[in-house]
Ligand binder design. Structure first.
Ligand code: NAD
Length: 453
């Protein structure tokens, strides 16, 4: 067993992590540690991904402040024992559900929002009363290291700890039979994690990715749609799991919509290759992968790149086939593929031909179209007339379905994810119905059939 896992298992058994006071104090301390080191965290995010302080604040650090505040407010109520009804057949008795932490939780996080996607599940693990081991991504080197330093300097390792590394380190931790695994990352690695956990019967959550469609209906407010699509697509230069991946645009509004897309790209990120608030692509590998997706294409807008700084201009391409390479994988970069449709039913067929997406965005002013899409397409979560914002609220569960993930979190849902429901029936002693006890005969059967019919 990995020494950290055995240390944390022993500490968990002391019961200290379950104390409400301790959980709230840990959250308060975590917030204070982040506040004290906020500048260093923002700097690390700039070094890893070229995120501006503003972008890093709203999508990473500020997001965590909100989650902590929400949890401090909600925890006393969430952790209460819930009384439920008791059926006549078990009379006399009381029934209740206790929320119980799993024990040692392993949190595996990716590089694209390296602070938020590590700390948000950590908050869930803490509020539910677990200990936690964090395994951040090696590609977000600076942020992963600062997280490690902050946790190590401020919390005992038997409670919260960080392990840096990749596949081998992660596998060793899982094989030490942690009590819960929370994984955020790619579908391919998610499958490996699931199968490893499955073999050991370790419960898990998978927060994965995929191709999230964005529909621009002919009734949409085009200016607003273009503005919000550019906002959602270019946040972190497209390296967002819920970024609008491809755009399905009604043929009657295509030209006007593309014009407006260009206007907002220019307005939000002028001179993107030298613009300090326009993020870079995380690694050379991903940079080259993205270039290949549009290099031989007729580019409608953008298309230039800077290999030294790993930056790619926001690039619009029009597709005439779903077989195009850009449709064979999650893009995860600043490429806007446009696919034209004539009838909304084509949209449903197209989206259904891919795995269930993590997110779906619909721009429309037509209530019937809205109903048709929401009722006929399965997706993790999404927005009508906006992008990304469904994950910026603690009141909506965030997660995928099938290939885009298993389980969810954020706000109250994080508490639910990191704790389990322990059912208890507390039986009265005074009255003891003899009917339940052997020997069984026809008379008893007749009687029981009057009660259970
Ligand atoms: P990744 O799957 O390569 O890595 C995720 C984590 O797993 C990292 O910590 C990595 O070190 C570790 N890892 C990598 N290979 C492993 C292996 N074989 N065994 C065990 N652990 C391993 O993902 P990534 O490239 O860091 O992140 C991008 C992906 O994450 C995209 O697909 C994106 O859509 C997805 N994502 C999903 C969400 C969400 O909330 N649903 C959020 C962000 C990113």
């Amino acid at each position: 067993m990995h020494p950290l896992v055995s240390k944390q298992k022993a500490y968990f058994l002391t019961g200290e992590t379950k104390s409400l006071k301790m959980r709230i104090n840990t959250l308060k301390k975590l917030k204070q540690v982040i506040k004290t080191n906020e500048t260093a965290i923002l700097n690390a995010l700039y070094q890893d991904l070229g995120k501006s302080n503003y972008e890093a604040y709203i999508t990473e650090v500020g997001f965590i402040y909100q989650e902590i505040d929400h949890m401090i407010k909600r925890l006393p109520k969430l952790s209460k024992v819930k009384k439920v009804k008791t059926p006549l057949t078990t009379f006399p008795a009381k029934s209740f559900i206790m929320r119980e932490p799993y024990g040692v939780v392993l949190i595996i996080s990716p590089w694209n929002y390296p602070f938020q996607l590590t700390l948000a599940p950590l908050i869930g693990a803490i509020v539910a009363g677990n200990t936690a081991i964090i395994k951040p991504s090696r590609f977000s080197y600076y942020t992963s290291n600062i997280i490690k330093n902050l946790i190590e300097e401020n919390f005992p390792e038997e409670y919260l700890a960080v392990v840096l590394g990749g596949k081998d380190e992660t596998e060793e931790l899982i094989d030490s039979k942690v009590d819960y695994v929370f994984f955020t990352g790619s579908v391919a690695v998610g499958k490996q994690i699931a199968s490893r956990c499955g073999n050991l019967l370790i419960p898990y959550t998978l927060e994965l990715g995929g191709k999230s469609p964005c529909i621009i209906d002919k009734s949409a407010d085009l200016d607003l749609a273009a503005k919000r699509v550019v906002f959602g697509k270019l946040m972190n230069a497209g390296q967002t799991c819920v970024a609008p991946d491809y755009l399905l645009v009604h043929e009657s509004v295509k030209d006007n919509f593309i014009l407006k897309l260009k206007t907002y790209i220019d307005k939000f990120y002028p001179h993107p290759l030298s613009n300090d608030s326009y993020p870079k692509i995380i690694t050379k590998h991903h940079f080259e992968r993205l270039i290949k997706l549009f290099y031989d294409e007729k580019v409608l807008f953008g298309g230039k790149f800077d290999a030294d700084n790993q930056k790619i201009e926001p690039t619009i391409i029009e597709l005439d086939s779903l077989e195009h390479p850009v449709m064979q994988e999650e893009i995860f970069g600043p490429i806007f593929p446009i696919i034209v449709f004539k009838d909304i039913t084509e949209v449903i067929t197209t989206i259904r031909s891919f795995s269930h997406p993590l997110a779906l965005y619909l721009f429309t002013n037509d209530k019937e179209i809205e109903k048709l899409i929401l009722n006929n397409i399965t997706f993790g979560g999404g927005c009508v007339n906006d992008t990304l914002l469904h994950l910026a609220t603690p009141y909506l569960p965030f997660g995928g379905v099938g290939d885009s993930g298993i389980g969810n979190y954020h706000g109250d849902y994080s508490f639910k994810t990191f704790s389990r429901e322990k059912s208890v029936l507390k039986k009265g002693k005074v009255y003891d119905l003899q009917l339940r006890y052997p020997p069984y005969d026809d008379k008893k059967l007749k009687l029981i059939k009057k009660i259970i019919k």
